[in-house]
Design a binder for this molecule. Structure first.
Ligand SMILES: Nc1nc2c(c(=O)[nH]1)N[C@H]1C(S)=C(S)[C@@H](COP(=O)(O)O)O[C@H]1N2
Ligand SMILES: [Mo]
Length: 233
């Protein structure tokens, strides 16, 4: 017959083990897919500055300008007519959460250029990506040309929710997630690099999660558990 103390202890041990497994299992399971200093979460935190935009999709447009042969504006209807792909990728936020196997559907950036007839000038080596309201983030054009860079309409098989950047956001899975502008409104092709919003405010210019390119100096740290206190779904 079990003594009550033993059974409590067994329960406690089991509970601790389960809690421990919860804590370590996801990251251990994914091995080197998890960048240094990141924790895997099943949640999808919602992070942005300012208000969620409200749009009239009749007047909404996506603007392409700067060092291109011809500056252009696209209506939502035009963009919806372009061919789409689905990609599954891990995403990594500088606030130390990673979410594995996220599924996105949208237009490949490089298909967008091709189908929309956008020709960057040969000297256009950088891009400033614009999102509402007044959000901007910079990256080399080369970083946008991969086979998983999307103008995304959909997440997890559903239309992108407003809070996650709907109706259209950029997804650049191989860089920290602040480079993935929500409420996407434009691309400016640039002959020289220029820092975007977070890049001017202490975040690293390049943002490779596997090199832990989080901050540009030592004087800037956001609390590591910041995202836990944010809204999520
Ligand atoms: N327009 C816009 N896009 C944005 C931001 C923002 O403030 N405004 N925040 C960035 C940051 S810091 C992160 S971590 C991700 C968060 O995306 P999520 O809310 O879908 O998780 O969006 C990025 N894109
Ligand atoms: Mo972020």
């Amino acid at each position: 017959m079990n003594q009550p103390y033993e059974s409590d202890k067994a329960k406690r041990l089991k509970r601790n083990a389960a809690a421990l497994m919860q804590k370590i299992k996801p990251d251990a399971k994914y091995g080197d897919r998890v960048p240094p200093g990141e924790t895997v979460t099943e949640r999808f935190p919602i992070l942005h500055e300012g208000a969620v935009p409200v749009y009239n999709m009749e007047t909404w447009d996506l603007c392409v300008n700067g060092a291109v042969k011809q500056e252009r504006r696209f209506s939502f209807t035009e963009l919806k007519g372009l061919p789409r792909v689905t990609v599954m990728r891990d995403i990594h936020c500088v606030t130390r959460w990673s979410k594995m196997d996220t599924v996105w559907e949208g237009i490949l950036f490089r298909d967008f250029l091709r189908h929309a007839g956008i020709e960057p000038l040969p000297e256009a080596k950088h891009v400033m990506v614009y999102g509402d309201y007044d959000y901007e983030t910079n990256m080399p054009l080369a970083d946008l040309m991969g086979d998983d860079i999307l103008l995304a309409f959909s997440y997890g098989g559903e239309p992108l929710t407003e809070k996650h950047g709907g109706p259209l956001r950029l997804v650049v899975p191989h860089l920290y997630f602040w480079k993935s502008a929500k409420w996407l409104r434009g691309f400016e092709f640039m002959t020289e690099d220029r820092p975007g919003f977070w890049e001017r405010n202490g975040f690293h210019n390049e943002a490779d999660p596997f090199k832990e390119e989080r901050y540009s100096g030592n004087d800037f740290e956001i609390p590591e558990d910041e995202w836990v206190h944010k809204d999520y779904d």
